[in-house]
Ligand binder design. Structure first.
Ligand code: F6R
Length: 263
């Protein structure tokens, strides 16, 4: 795992977008794992910008989102499909047939989860997985005690997650209580992982996830076992990291990061 600290949330999201763009330029048929949430809005808006100004081409990309609420239709205003359409898919040249989210209205949710895993396998696996982190340390909706080898399945959301997402629904009682989510094991199979966290409210959980012991209570800690995981944070989210000076030095000195030092 490596940690990259950028001065602001915009710079952190901009770096994530540039890393994604670099991979797509190298491998136009990239299989991308995508996340939703407030943190990702900046990333999608930078990717749209790169599409508009630098002709970043998504036409051959294939995407799999981490999760979807159970009980919401794809065209529901609060569904993650709607979020993805509004923030990203409708604004770039991606082929909609290559975009995948679990179907929260499937009549048999277990069959839907198995089919989602099969779809990822059929696409050749996820090349680059984008992640946010919840205040409880979840990645996807892998709430506390999610098995570190879990696959796509239905999870009950914690009260903390429901409260975190309530502002988007206007009222906590309207937030669905369950979601289909890729498992921790599904995420760990991705060839490369980028986790983005910004803002002071994420500082404690980022430090715990990156520098704390690996535990199923905090699914993000499993990423310490991933061979190619980069955690990108702004200064606010980095404020509780014990090794921050070392992480800053890595970005300032390692040749791999040289092309990305200019804002
Ligand atoms: C969303 C997802 C979640 C979010 C996390 C952070 O698809 O998988 O794990 O990434 O809850 O959400 P924000 O960015 O809204 O704080």
């Amino acid at each position: 795992m490596e940690v990259i600290i950028r001065p602001t949330a915009d710079a952190a999201a901009g770096l994530v977008a540039r890393l994604i763009a670099t991979e797509i330029t190298r491998h136009p048929g990239l299989v991308l794992g995508l996340a939703t949430g407030r943190t990702m809005e900046r990333v999608y808006s930078r990717l749209v910008e790169l599409h508009d100004t630098d002709d970043l081409d998504f036409s051959r990309c294939c995407t799999f989102n981490l999760d979807e609420y159970v009980g919401l239709a794809p065209d529901d205003v609060h569904s993650y499909r709607t979020y993805m359409d509004e923030h990203f898919f409708n604004r770039v040249n991606i082929d909609r047939r290559n975009t995948h989210l679990p179907n929260g209205l499937a009549s048999d949710l277990d069959v839907e989860c198995r089919a989602y895993e099969a779809g990822i396998r059929a696409a050749g696996g996820i090349d680059l997985q984008l992640l946010g982190i919840g205040r409880s340390g979840h990645i996807g909706f892998n709430e506390p005690l999610s098995a570190l080898r879990s696959r796509t399945r239905v999870k009950a959301l914690t009260r903390a997650t429901i409260e975190q997402n309530a502002p988007l629904f206007g009222d906590p009682s309207l937030v669905p209580s369950r979601a289909i989510t890729m498992g921790v094991g599904t995420i760990m199979d991705a060839r490369r992982v980028l986790l983005l966290a910004t803002g002071a409210e994420k500082a404690r959980i980022v430090a715990t996830a990156v520098e704390g012991p690996i535990t199923a209570m905090i699914s993000a800690t499993a990423l310490q076992l991933h061979e190619r995981c980069t955690v990108i944070v702004d200064e606010d989210a980095a404020s509780e990291l014990a090794g921050a000076d070392y992480y800053r030095w890595i970005f300032a000195s390692e040749p791999e990061w040289e092309p990305f030092r200019e804002e």
